[in-house]
Design a protein around this ligand. Structure first.
Ligand SMILES: Nc1ncnc2c1ncn2[C@@H]1O[C@H](COP(=O)(O)OP(=O)(O)OP(=O)(O)O)[C@@H](O)[C@H]1O
Length: 636
């Protein structure tokens, strides 16, 4: 098995955009952007917003009203200049100039107050929608990651998953929190302003509309260029995170194999690449801001100049020109913001595409449409019969690993699986635990195809204890109870006692309530194995798969583990990937594998007595071992 750190060293952080020096990704899952149906990102966004339709409509209404209040300002100014001020000077026909000006002033104040209040209400409404959307999205990613199988996780890596639910969700948050509000406000204000200008003076309105052509071209150009830059930037960021998590996840291997310097160099390279991409994106932004401002200011100057000539010629009222100048400023003001918005839009679109690709993946071992219940176990502790019926198997990325074979594992018996590394032992047991489905044939549990057994029932019935004996963060008691969360404290303690784990657990600072911390850093390898066995014993599965630890424990440690193993195997159908002579000797049956084939099958005594591979392996084992006193089979 390759360690995480070695994988990290072997796999360049991300293979999405291989440079000229990088080979193409060997696995379609070893990349950031996964294959997804067309418009997956848009569909995802739609599905996230759909439950909030009424709220979205309410927020849109608030925005429309707020913009109406904001855009009334220049109109009031025009009215004041062209009507209220002349009335005050007594130029108009009727009197009451004072009252008119005060009324205009009050109306202006009212509009300002209304615009502030409405903006506040809109921000609150939009934030409520955003929070719920992001909460749902993060939850979906997490649930989906748990549902996807190891076949997906191995090449995709945990770093990418973390990147999806942090950086990518983060850039979507930015878009929803700031960008989207910005864009909506810009669109609504542009529509209001253009309509008002056209109403005030069709010539000025048409000129303002015409000035949009060069601006639209600028925006379009920026969109295209920044889309490229943003995608590269987010991929570069993901590569940094992947490298970081893989290094930290495999820190033991990193330090054991002195990978620090090589990792530092690789990390510096990835970090540098991210820096460059970030610089590129800032440069694009700067280019856009400068050119768009220049264009907008030129447009304002030209239009106001033309308006001034028309005022001088008596063709346009002064108040209308003043209002037009105010409107033009407001029209072009959001151009910079639009760039910012496009900024977060591009990066959010790239992120959404990646998240949608992840969520579009379907587990390769799907839940059955109409699950079939397993027959009841004969008595509380019986095992189940396992049949490999004309099974053959090949991994998604390779050729056939297990050529067609048939095999029956009798209920309640222990089978030791031996063979050279790469012979296919782990692959065979992965089929039994349904981490993969066979390419051809069926795996039957008491006559029921594993494909028809509901996931939860399968996990209850077939339990795997791996070499790693993974411990989750939490207490020792919680770790033991993982397979049966409803177990009482007494049951947990009994399981630990039956396996001889009670003594060392009691000696821990807080006994069963001691936090094991990540990966059980506080307890030894042998003790971790015992906790894992206690977990299996409490879960009481019909079929137990055991990937025996290859690490050489000390003699008392090994003996304790051996004893515990016999306790946990008793009465179940068990398959043990055996690395120790002592384990093989306690098995009822030994299967020898070679190049994916079962080449020998018999009781340990039969095979030792024969002339086959196992006999040779057995005598080599015997010669190389300083024999520890092995508990005898009938001591079980
Ligand atoms: N996820 C995978 N994708 C592609 N090929 C794989 C995968 N896992 C294992 N293989 C290949 O399948 C073959 C059998 O591997 P398997 O892990 O079953 O062997 P094993 O007998 O358990 O070896 P070991 O004792 O070293 O764990 C090997 O050639 C291996 O390279």
């Amino acid at each position: 098995m390759t360690s995480t750190a070695e994988t990290a060293a072997a796999t360049p952080g991300t293979a999405e955009e291989p440079g000229p020096e990088q080979p193409p990704a060997p696995d379609p899952f070893d990349r950031d952007v996964l294959p997804a149906p067309p418009h997956a990102a848009r569909t995802l966004l739609g599905s996230l917003l759909r439950p909030h339709k009424p709220r979205v409509a309410g927020a849109a209404l608030l925005l429309l009203l707020q913009q109406a209040a904001v855009q009334a300002g220049p109109l009031l100014v025009a009215f004041a200049i062209d009507h209220a001020v002349p009335a005050l000077r007594g130029e108009g026909d009727g009197g009451g100039g004072q009252g008119l000006l005060v009324a205009v002033g009050l109306a202006y104040l009212l509009c300002a107050l209304a615009s502030g209040g409405l903006q506040y209400a809109f921000i609150v409404a939009a934030a409520r929608i955003n929070q719920r959307v992001l909460l749902e999205l993060r939850g979906r990613i997490y649930r989906h990651a748990q549902a996807l199988d190891v076949d997906f996780h191995d090449p995709y890596t945990s770093g990418r998953l973390i990147s999806r639910s942090t950086t990518d969700v983060g850039s979507l948050r930015e878009l929803l929190d700031e960008g989207l509000q910005e864009l909506l406000a810009v669109i609504v204000s542009v529509v209001y302003i253009v309509l008002t200008l056209l109403w005030l003076d069709p010539g000025l309105g048409a000129a303002a509309l015409g000035s949009f052509v060069p601006l639209a071209l600028l925006v379009q150009n920026f969109r295209q260029r920044s889309a490229r830059v943003y995608r590269s930037r987010s991929t570069a960021m993901a590569a940094v995170i992947v490298k970081f998590t893989e290094t930290v996840g495999g820190i033991r291997a990193v330090q054991t194999f002195r990978r620090e310097r090589a990792n530092d160099e690789e990390f510096a390279r990835l970090n540098g690449r991210h820096l460059k991409m970030n610089g590129d994106s800032l440069l694009e932004m700067a280019r856009y801001v400068v050119t768009s401002r220049l264009t907008a200011n030129t447009a304002v100057a030209v239009i106001v100049l033309w308006g001034a000539y028309r005022v001088a010629a008596g063709d346009l009222a002064l108040g209308v020109l003043a209002a037009a100048a105010l409107y033009l400023r407001r029209l072009y003001e959001p151009i910079d913001h639009l760039g910012m918005f496009l900024n977060s839009y591009q990066s959010a679109a790239a992120s959404l595409e990646k998240i949608a690709g992840l969520l579009a993946q379907r587990p390769s071992v799907p839940e059955p449409g109409s699950p079939q219940a397993l027959p009841p176990r004969a008595d509380g502790r019986a095992g189940r019969e396992v049949v490999f019926d004309s099974v053959s198997f090949g991994y998604r990325t390779g050729g056939e690993v297990l050529p067609p074979f048939g095999l029956t594992l009798h209920s309640g018996r222990t089978v030791a699986l031996v063979g050279a590394t790469g012979a296919g032992k782990s692959t065979l047991v992965k089929l039994l635990a349904r981490f993969y489905d066979p390419t051809r044939g069926r795996v039957l549990l008491d006559g029921v195809d594993l494909r028809d057994v509901e996931g939860a029932e399968l996990r209850r019935s077939v339990v795997t204890v791996t070499q790693e004996a993974f411990l989750f963060s939490g207490t020792v008691a919680e770790n033991i109870a993982i397979g049966r969360p409803d177990a009482t404290h007494a049951e947990i303690e009994n399981a630990a006692k039956a396996l001889g784990a009670h003594d060392f657990i009691s000696e821990l600072p807080e006994g069963y309530d001691t936090d094991v911390r990540k990966r059980g850093g506080r307890i030894s390898a042998g003790q971790r194995q015992l906790v894992a066995f206690a977990r299996a014993l409490l879960a009481d599965p019909a079929v137990l798969i055991l990937d025996e630890a290859t690490s050489s424990l000390d003699i008392p440690g090994e003996q304790a583990v051996q004893q515990a193993m016999m306790t946990v195997l008793r009465g179940r159908t068990a398959v043990v990937i055996a690395h120790r002579l002592s384990t093989v000797e306690i098995a009822d049956r030994v299967l020898v594998m070679e190049d994916g084939r079962l080449v020998e099958d018999g009781t340990p005594a039969q095979l030792i007595a024969g002339e086959g591979r196992f006999a040779g392996l057995h005598s080599a084992w015997r010669d190389s071992l300083v024999q520890a006193p092995v508990p005898h089979r009938d001591q079980r």
